[in-house]
Design a protein around this ligand. Structure first.
Ligand code: HEM
Length: 331
């Protein structure tokens, strides 16, 4: 039986040993927008071409579009909750907002596979885009963040993962899609390493070696895991994270590339509000005393089905003031 449900992109694929994150802006001009639209149709084929060379590597790519880029490329209708990310926090603790029209999240167990796919995807985009940021992340021992704690434990899996990350009938035109927020963090490892293991465990809310959640009576309310636990009507609201460590030890750079997928951006924004402003205000995430966000951008991830059909969308930059073009996206 054929079920006509939009196929999501590889949002909830299993974690891999390597990843490349690319954030790019699209150049001005109708010809560049046209290049990007045509490219939408090529993504899946390129993943297949490169991935078939080494099937066991689990190569995948998720691509997302920023709010302004969506309007320039595809016009109306637009994903209901897509908006430019607004910075959260103030003073020393700010979840900054930085530009980005296209996100590529490329994953595979081998870096050569990620590298080859990134090369092919970027080559097709040519001078239609300018890459603002490119991070090559690696899996660190047993799924640890660079700060030494196992990262990703509380991610939803299976049907629960789909339920928390894939848009359904709340926005039918975009069913099968997701929202994704990325942030690049740099850590002050000297300061972090001056803490005892017990102090570090209170920052995260879990034990370091064995990765067990601390009991409520010892877990501080400003621990990372406390402040990122968000509930609505007694139900926990979850996101899928696939953070990757990155860095250049010789340059003193130690980082975490945060990537969070959700069915609505507001869940991630609430988590950030709790982390950067505090819950209640002032009771902020202690992890931020050792971590600074240097980028932050929100993207919409169309379903794989929609991504392919976007190629035939005719919205162009020059059309954007033309209200007659409002229904130009393919059905
Ligand atoms: C949990 C690391 C940023 C959301 C965790 C855990 C670690 C961790 C080690 C505990 C294990 C687990 O994954 O469940 C980091 C690092 C970050 C970072 C190193 C960068 C500085 C963020 C951001 C968000 C977030 C920006 C959301 C906006 C979560 C959530 C959990 C979690 C939802 C699970 C909480 C629970 O249910 O216990 N993180 N994280 N993290 N983190 Fe982060």
């Amino acid at each position: 039986m054929t079920i006509s449900i939009n196929q999501p992109q590889a949002v909830s694929n299993p974690v891999t040993r390597n990843a490349i994150f690319i954030v790019a802006t699209i150049a001005d001009g109708a010809e560049h927008l046209a290049t990007v639209r045509t490219w939408c149709e090529d993504v899946e084929g390129l993943v297949r071409s490169v991935g078939t060379r080494q099937p066991a590597s689990g190569l995948s790519c998720v691509c997302g579009f920023g709010s302004d880029a969506w309007d320039r490329l595809f016009g109306q209708p637009r994903p209901r909750q897509l908006h430019p990310f607004k910075a959260i926090g103030s003073g020393e603790r700010v979840a900054v907002s930085t530009p980005g029209d296209i996100l590529l999240h490329i994953r595979a167990d081998e870096m050569d596979m990620c590298f080859e796919l990134a090369t092919q995807l970027i080559a097709k985009l040519g001078n239609a885009v300018t890459v603002l940021d490119e991070v090559h992340g690696f899996r660190y021992f047993d799924q640890r963040a660079i700060i030494g704690f196992v990262d990703g434990t509380e991610n939803p899996t299976g049907g629960e993962a789909v339920d928390h990350t894939v848009i359904g009938d709340e926005d039918l035109a975009f069913a099968g899609g997701s929202y994704v927020l990325v942030q690049k963090y740099l850590h002050d490892m000297d300061a972090w390493n001056k803490l005892t293991v017990e102090q570090q465990e209170k920052v995260i809310g879990r034990t370091k070696m064995s990765n067990i959640e601390l009991n409520d009576d010892v877990k501080p309310t400003n621990s990372h895991s406390s402040l990122t636990t968000v509930e609505e009507d007694g139900r926990e609201l979850k996101i899928i994270r696939d953070n990757m460590p990155f860095g250049r030890p010789g340059m003193g750079e130690f980082g975490t590339y945060f990537i969070g997928y959700a069915r609505t951006p507001s869940i991630i924004e609430t988590m950030l509000e709790n982390m950067f402003v505090g819950r209640p205000a002032g009771n902020y995430d202690r992890l931020l005393d050792f971590s600074r966000a240097v980028t932050g951008t929100l993207f919409f991830v169309p379903s794989a089905t929609l991504l392919e059909s976007l190629a035939s969308s005719e919205q162009a930059e020059t059309d954007s003031t033309d209200t007659n073009s409002a229904e130009s996206m393919p059905a």
